[in-house]
Design a protein around this ligand. Structure first.
Ligand SMILES: *Cc1c(COP(=O)(O)O)cnc(C)c1O
Ligand code: SF4
Length: 350
């Protein structure tokens, strides 16, 4: 067991009175009231907000770091639109469901989704630093799948029992909201399972809370015997600023492979220019685009939907314009399918 453990992680014993790490303070001072954000942006009361019911159903939350990249005075800023709880969320639309991707069908043990061959996905926490209105997990019953200590043992036992699992994916919520000690302990547990080769982390924190990427964290991620792969989530080039760049650089220096996934969102990134600029900016920061998801049809997200025919036209344009390695795979999550299904099946026709 010990031979797999993380060895070069310094675990400082800090006295109870020690100050919070900067990132925790920053989390605590996030915007949790839409009015405060609009004030900050110099925007008037927004009629799109309706009576505030959407944010009672799915709380409003955005970090100051992310809000700081929104354009002041622009009600249609692509970052603002991702977090603004608008009245349209309340519209009931046919074809929208609480669990559009069939996650609840693939729960192996509480908190562990085993949906695809060779990969098991562990819900490390239900919490996020930012609440994205288009999120397909907005209705996921997190309270029932928090990773308690006993669930962690149960999940690790399930993984250990399945020789086919070569990759463990930490997801959520945002797994990097676990503190360093808890995360290092979890990584030790995973690394102790001999057939697991890769650790993948799906996180939005390098983008929305770059201060979370401390040198301690980089050491933890780089210090495991597992190959670390980190999939960040940015939808627009404006989400990447110098601080984000520094965080990504630190991860890269620690030996972490960096990929990005995004969601095709009406009003946010549904132009060829926006998508091309996102890919190029990611590449500037050493991140390769991995997936561009068509919207998962979760209740309350319909106003972000881009018609499939427009999506395909955009995608064709991207392919003409960018090197192949900067074109993400356009995929649709299909409940019951054994992989994320390519939306673009067409051949080139002159
Ligand atoms: C997306 C996803 C994965 C990973 O799929 P990849 O195609 O390998 O990125 C694994 N498990 C679940 C439940 C997923 O939703
Ligand atoms: S899980 Fe990801 S997409 Fe969903 S709210 Fe959290 S950060 Fe946003």
């Amino acid at each position: 067991m010990e031979s797999h453990a993380i060895t070069n992680v310094k675990r400082k014993k800090s006295p109870a009175s020690a100050p919070q790490p900067h990132w925790k303070d920053e989390m605590a001072s996030s915007f949790s009231c839409v009015g405060d954000l609009l004030d900050y942006l110099g925007l008037p009361v927004d009629p799109r907000l309706g009576n505030g019911e959407p944010s009672r159903r799915f709380p409003f939350r955005v970090t100051a770091a992310f809000a700081g990249r929104m354009k002041k005075g622009d009600p249609d800023d692509p970052l603002l639109l991702q977090v603004l709880p608008v009245d349209q969320e309340l519209l009931e639309r046919p074809g929208y469901f609480a669990d559009p991707v069939g996650d609840l069908l693939s729960v192996a043990v509480p908190g562990l989704l085993h949906k695809y061959h060779g990969r098991a996905l562990l819900i490390a926490t239900g919490a996020c630093a930012i609440n994205c209105r288009y999120c397909f997990r907005r209705e996921f019953p997190y309270a029932g799948s928090q990773l308690t200590r006993s669930r962690q043992s149960e999940a690790l036992a399930h993984i250990a029992d399945d020789a086919s699992i070569a990759e463990v994916i930490l997801s959520g919520g945002d797994p990097l909201l676990l503190d360093d000690r808890r995360l290092a302990d979890l990584l030790d547990g995973i690394a102790a399972i001999p057939q697991v080769r890769r650790l993948r982390i799906h996180t939005r924190l390098p983008i929305v809370l770059p201060s979370r990427i401390t040198s301690d964290l980089a050491r933890i991620l780089g210090g495991t015997r597992l190959k670390p792969v980190l999939v960040v989530h940015a939808n627009h080039a404006n989400e990447l600023d110098a601080k984000v760049g520094k965080a990504l650089q630190a991860l890269h220096n620690a030996g972490v492979a960096l990929l990005n996934q995004s969601v095709l969102l009406k009003g946010v990134n549904d132009t060829e220019d926006a998508l091309a600029e996102l890919s190029e900016t990611l590449c500037d920061h050493g991140v390769l685009p991995y997936y561009l998801h068509l919207l998962d049809k979760a209740c309350g997200t319909g106003h972000f939907d881009v018609q499939e025919i427009s999506a395909l036209a955009l995608y064709e344009g991207l392919q003409r314009r960018l090197p192949g390695y900067l074109v993400p795979r356009l995929v649709r999550e299909t409940a019951g399918a054994p992989y994320k299904v390519n939306a673009f099946q067409g051949n080139y026709l002159p």
